[in-house]
Ligand binder design. Structure first.
Ligand SMILES: [Zn+2]
Length: 257
């Protein structure tokens, strides 16, 4: 009689091998669309145990296999999913999901950090042909990173915010890196809650304005966009009762150094 366990493992191994080899197969595309794909292939489970105690990267728990590394871990009780690391993409998902912003906005930011929102370059990858310019600056090609970080419109908003908070930095290349940079910028400062909400609000406002331009054919000026940004941010902060702001000036005063 066959050893069913080994037989099953062999079959699963065959499917994993086919997943790596049959790049154009329809079944592979269905799995990729439904579950996503990461560097190196398909991962069926999100690792979610404590990263020091669970067996997930070698034959034994990290704290036994690499005691020196575990000693210098910043948050020892962090779970594996909090610090997934694939070829340099260190993702602090917590900095996205725990920001005090509406859930639909956090979900949007998460999708943007993964580079999966429907910008022109992503639509082109799906075979949908659109104009290749950015709807905001009408110059460079539209990509997630251009739209939210490097477009002159985005830059105007970022410069305004960095000046308000008195922070100097070099804009990261990708949206993914943005959430990592922001994590350590203000530490435990009293404005940390506002600061964490800022990238969400900025990207949300830019995306809304971009969609109005695409689907309704009208646009607002960058000054109006800045006001819209502050209005949204103030509303979100008032909603969590961070403070009671009777007007915009009071809110700006609270944020500034
Ligand atoms: Zn642009």
């Amino acid at each position: 009689m066959k050893n069913l366990r080994k037989f099953n493992e062999a079959l699963l191994g065959k499917w994993l091998w086919r997943f790596g080899m049959e790049k154009e197969a329809f079944w592979r595309k269905v799995i990729m669309a439904k579950y996503g794909i990461m560097e190196g292939g398909w991962m069926s489970n999100i690792p979610n145990g404590p990263h020091g105690d669970d067996v997930w990267c070698s034959e034994e728990p990290l704290k036994l296999a690499y005691p020196a590394l575990y000693r210098i871990a910043y948050v020892k009780e962090a779970v594996v999913a909090d610090c997934v690391h694939f070829r340099g993409d260190f993702v602090h998902w917590e900095s996205i999901w725990k920001a005090k912003v509406p859930p639909r906005v956090a979900f949007f930011s998460w999708t943007a950090a993964l580079g999966k929102i429907l910008t022109a370059d992503n639509l082109r990858c799906c075979g949908i042909i659109l104009v290749s310019w950015c709807y905001m600056c009408k110059a460079d090609g539209e990509s997630v990173d251009h739209l939210f970080l490097h477009c002159p419109y985005a830059k105007e908003l970022w410069d305004m915010i960095l000046a308000l908070f008195g922070i100097y930095w070099v804009m990261p290349k990708r949206v993914l890196d943005l959430f990592i940079c922001l994590q350590g910028s203000l530490g435990s400062h009293q404005h940390f809650v506002v600061w964490k909400a800022i990238p969400h609000c900025l990207m949300w406002c830019l995306w809304r304005e971009r969609n109005v331009r695409v689907f309704k054919g009208c646009e607002i000026s960058v000054v109006e966009l800045k006001l819209q940004f502050y209005r949204s941010l103030m509303d979100w902060m008032s909603a969590i009762r961070l403070d009671r702001f009777s007007n915009m000036l009071e809110f700006l005063d609270y944020c500034s150094f």
